[in-house]
Design a protein around this ligand. Structure first.
Ligand code: FEO
Length: 176
């Protein structure tokens, strides 16, 4: 353990890995956004560019926690994202698979924090536990909408996104 660090070396390494995982998710979302952009599906593109930004803020949230805990940040290499998609459904399924993977990663971190009696990290991770429920749910909704519309009616999905605003956003009444 680094001097005065509040977390173990093992937890430090796992959190650094998660910084990379969140940056990978951000890269994958840019690739998905670029696909929709090139298909002139601008609302879908906008949705995924925004998701990419969100993932970057997740990475920075982990990074800041590592710094605040007195541990050391180490950035690793990122895997290449999938850049080619044949169908909108394929691109959104990729997004949903990614969110399910991140959910498992967050759960594994919570398990590690529990095993180590690391209440500080455990508490920090709760925000991500809630966030993953929202992200899996909103991506799964988007997938169902695309499946219902069908590949030849993606303009209906675009209209849906315009009408309903940001998928997964907090309902007005509860955003205080
Ligand atoms: Fe940061 Fe969408 O997981």
């Amino acid at each position: 353990m680094a001097n005065n660090s509040l977390i173990s070396d093992k937890m430090n390494a796992a959190l650094n890995e998660q910084i990379g995982n969140e940056m990978s998710a951000s890269m994958q979302y840019i690739a998905i956004a670029a696909y929709f952009d090139s298909e002139d599906l601008l609302e879908l593109a906008r949705h995924f560019y925004r998701q990419s930004e969100e993932e970057r803020t997740h990475a920075l949230r982990f990074l800041k926690f590592v710094v605040d805990a007195g541990a050391s940040v180490e950035m690793g290499a990122l895997p290449q994202p999938q850049n080619r998609f044949n169908l909108a459904e394929e691109a959104i399924q990729k997004a949903l698979d990614g969110e399910i993977t991140v959910t498992r990663q967050i759960n594994a971190l919570v398990d590690m924090a529990t095993r180590e009696n690391d209440h500080i990290t455990h508490n920090f991770l709760q925000w991500f536990v809630t966030e993953q429920l929202e992200e899996v749910s909103s991506t799964s909704t988007l997938l169902k909408i695309v499946q219902r519309a069908g590949e030849s009616n993606l303009l209906m999905v675009e209209e849906y996104l315009v009408r309903n605003g940001r998928l997964g956003a907090e309902p007005e009444a509860s955003s205080t």
